[in-house]
Design a protein. Structure first.
Length: 261
């Protein structure tokens, strides 16, 4: 296994999070590709783990001022992912030291770039990027929002701990309408998928449903709301976690439409 910097021959695999086998990834549209082209000159770094010329793992991180937390001279790990689906694509490559090697490579790179530390988010529950995995690798809690910890590893005594950027305001109800507001950054296909499904569900409904998109890779828009990726139906966010199906999103909005009558 070797760790390399992303290059053009792996772009498609990276844009699909190495899940070229998945129909869901295609449903997520080209938001990640657009986001990548926007962010690549803003300090975004991507490393891939390669085995037999295939990408099997990735880590992506960027200067914290382009991420979802406040901090100085820190990098922020948006995502680390080692392909873990048995029998699909490159199969399950987890628990063989690839994640550890990717994290070490990102840390070494951030140090070489002059950062004072590196930050990551970790879920306190046993799914997605677990906080406990980062803790094992020397990360400590800097801040918390619901079940998501902001964790960090300072490289020097001068490093200052990061903080989550908090929600500033949320969408309001509109009399006689159901307002669906989708906040989209673009970096994560799972979020992009929910955005596309919500958009499609709204298009399939009547005039009482209004769909609004807020593109939060525009920093001013993100700062205004303090929300990076979420779909709100009126003033309530659809639950996070695994991407909601089209059917469930449609049902949820439809229930609200029926309540208007
Ligand atoms: C977190 C993650 C990156 C870790 O990757 P990984 O390659 O499995 O990580 P490691 O190699 O460090 O392995 C983890 C475990 O395998 C064990 N392991 C490592 N090398 C091993 C080997 N050669 N043989 C057997 N076990 C090994 C480690 O000891 C570790 O065990 P522990 O967790 O009980 O301590 C991976 O599990 C993952 O992608 N999870 C999903 C994250 C996600 O959802 N990302 C998207 C968020 S948007």
């Amino acid at each position: 296994m070797t760790i390399i910097d992303l290059n053009e021959s792996y772009h498609q695999s990276y844009f699909m999070c190495m899940e070229e086998w998945s129909d869901e990834i295609r449903e997520a549209g080209n938001h990640k590709e657009n986001w990548y082209h926007h962010m690549k000159d803003k300090g975004l770094r991507v490393k891939l783990a390669i085995e037999n010329n295939e990408a099997v793992g990735m880590i992506q991180y960027l200067p914290i001022e382009h991420a979802f937390a406040e901090g100085q001279d820190l990098y922020f790990i948006l995502c680390i992912w080692v392909h873990g689906y048995k029998g699909k694509g490159v199969g399950n490559r987890q628990k063989r030291g690839i994640g550890k090697a990717l994290l070490a490579a990102a840390e070494e790179d951030a140090r070489a770039l002059g950062a004072k530390g590196i930050t990551a988010w970790g879920v306190m529950l046993p799914f997605f990027m677990r906080a406990s995995w980062f803790r094992k690798h020397g990360y400590v809690k800097a801040d918390r929002q619901d079940m998501i910890l902001l964790m960090w590893k300072p490289f020097t005594d001068q490093a200052m701990a990061p903080k989550w950027i908090k929600e500033q305001k949320r969408p309001q109800n509109e009399p006689g309408k159901v307002m669906v507001t989708s906040f989209l950054n673009g970096w994560c296909p799972a979020m992009n998928l929910v955005h596309e499904r919500a958009k499609r569900a709204c298009a399939d409904m009547g005039e009482q449903v209004i769909f609004r998109e807020i593109f939060t890779r525009d920093r001013a828009a993100y700062r205004e709301w303090g929300i990076s990726d979420a779909v709100y139906v009126d003033d309530k966010s659809l639950r996070s976690g695994p991407p909601m199906s089209y059917k469930k999103i449609h049902k949820h909005i439809d229930k609200k439409v029926k309540k208007l009558k």
